[in-house]
Design a protein around this ligand. Structure first.
Ligand SMILES: Nc1nc2c(c(=O)[nH]1)N[C@H]1C(S)=C(S)[C@@H](COP(=O)(O)O)O[C@H]1N2
Ligand SMILES: [Mo]
Length: 361
């Protein structure tokens, strides 16, 4: 289904530019915030933002349930609500670093953000509807429709029943203390902590419990990690460990490489993994030849990134800063990730060129 990948040396296409201008990343200096301010959080929308009116919105819960439900937003808001900080990351983050480059949204490493999502837990709602015998998955349908891979479809994704029933899976109607803005799924979205962003269906209007694995385009025609279209591949699920550096010093306009004065600095950043809590972050100033352990900050939530820091005595010269996260399950960031057709889950360590200049003001 994917287009022919492009030689990195051949440059970016207008289609990629068009996607990149619609779907923005988080400016990396926003790594300084525990909670990403709205508008700085990354954004990914396959089709168009659909029109939505909270008063007329209905969430239908059906399929293999004993009591199908139709809920208004008011009814959803009357249910017990929780607020949880969750780090979301697009599965395509890192795609533009692959060579050849799969043609899609060309993320470098900025497709991430951490927001405080407010909503009601999905599990109790499914229990009220009464999941019937033989159910294997839950399909979540958005109100947005388009064509991808030559197929016309609503944006729909499924979760295995056990994942859908996890207590942290939310039907969210608020973010950072406000109603959802249109671009993040107003008036209702799913939030699946720990999974790459594609699972967190926006503009949610249908929940369908099914007896067979869901075969929709966004489930089986996309989001598979495979080296060729003939290889069945592995579905993209949980977020692989990644860490990023809060860019030190000042940037150069076009290249965004960094300039820094000599002396004592503290290198800082964030790390996260959907597979297990982060246990270690190492930092290199020499492009990954030698590593030192960074200190980890306080953990706000299992589902949010953790801050890290490391003091650095900088002397004039050229450096390549890198950071590498490891989680409690032993997953770690590679220096290079094997290629896959969709350009998913490329969590290779970030490389930040820095010039330490004696004269920097
Ligand atoms: N309905 C719908 N939900 C969607 C999408 C979409 O295009 N339509 N994009 C998905 C993808 S690929 C990602 S990475 C996240 C992005 O969420 P955000 O834009 O709120 O950061 O939403 C997911 N949910
Ligand atoms: Mo995504």
């Amino acid at each position: 289904m994917s287009r022919q990948p492009i030689d990195v040396a051949a440059g970016f296409t207008l289609e990629e530019l068009q996607l990149a201008a619609r779907n923005h990343g988080m400016p990396l200096e926003a790594l300084r915030y525990d909670i990403t301010p709205l508008g700085l959080h990354y954004l990914l929308i396959h089709f168009d933002i659909p029109p939505a009116d909270e008063g007329a919105w209905r969430l239908e819960v059906g399929g293999l349930v004993r009591t199908p439900l139709v809920l208004t937003m008011e009814e959803l808001r009357r249910r017990p609500a929780v607020t949880v900080p969750v780090t979301l990351e697009c599965a395509g983050n890192g795609r533009a670093r692959l060579d050849p480059r799969p043609v899609s949204q060309p993320w470098l490493e900025e497709a991430v953000g951490t927001a405080e999502w407010t909503g009601t837990a999905l599990g109790p709602l499914l229990e009220e509807a009464g999941v019937a015998e033989g159910a294997v998955e839950v399909v979540f349908g958005g109100a947005d429709r388009g064509v991808q891979g030559g197929l016309e479809h609503d944006y729909e994704r499924s979760l295995p029943l056990q994942e859908a029933l996890r207590e942290e899976v939310l039907l969210a109607f608020g973010v950072n203390g406000r109603p959802l803005p249109p671009q993040h799924g107003y008036p209702l979205r799913l939030v699946v902590p720990g999974w790459y962003g594609m699972a967190s269906v926006k503009w949610l209007r249908r929940i369908t419990v099914v007896a067979e694995p869901f075969g929709g385009y966004q489930q089986t025609g996309s989001y598979l990690i495979h080296a060729s279209e003939d290889d069945p591949g592995v579905p993209v699920t949980r977020i692989e460990p990644r860490s990023l550096l809060e860019p030190p010093g000042i940037p150069e306009f076009e290249s965004r490489s960094r300039f820094l004065g000599p002396g004592s600095h503290v290198l800082r950043g964030r790390a996260w993994s959907g597979r297990a809590p982060i246990s270690r972050v190492e930092v290199s100033t020499d492009g990954g030849r030698s590593w030192r352990d960074a200190a980890l900050g306080e953990r706000r939530s299992r589902w949010a990134w953790v801050a890290w820091s490391l003091p650095w005595e900088a002397t004039p010269g050229e450096y390549e800063l890198c950071s590498r996260a490891t989680d409690e399950a032993g997953n770690s960031q590679p220096l290079e990730r094997p290629w896959n057709t969709g350009g998913y889950a490329n969590n290779a360590v970030q490389r930040v060129p820095v010039t330490v200049r004696p004269t920097l003001r």
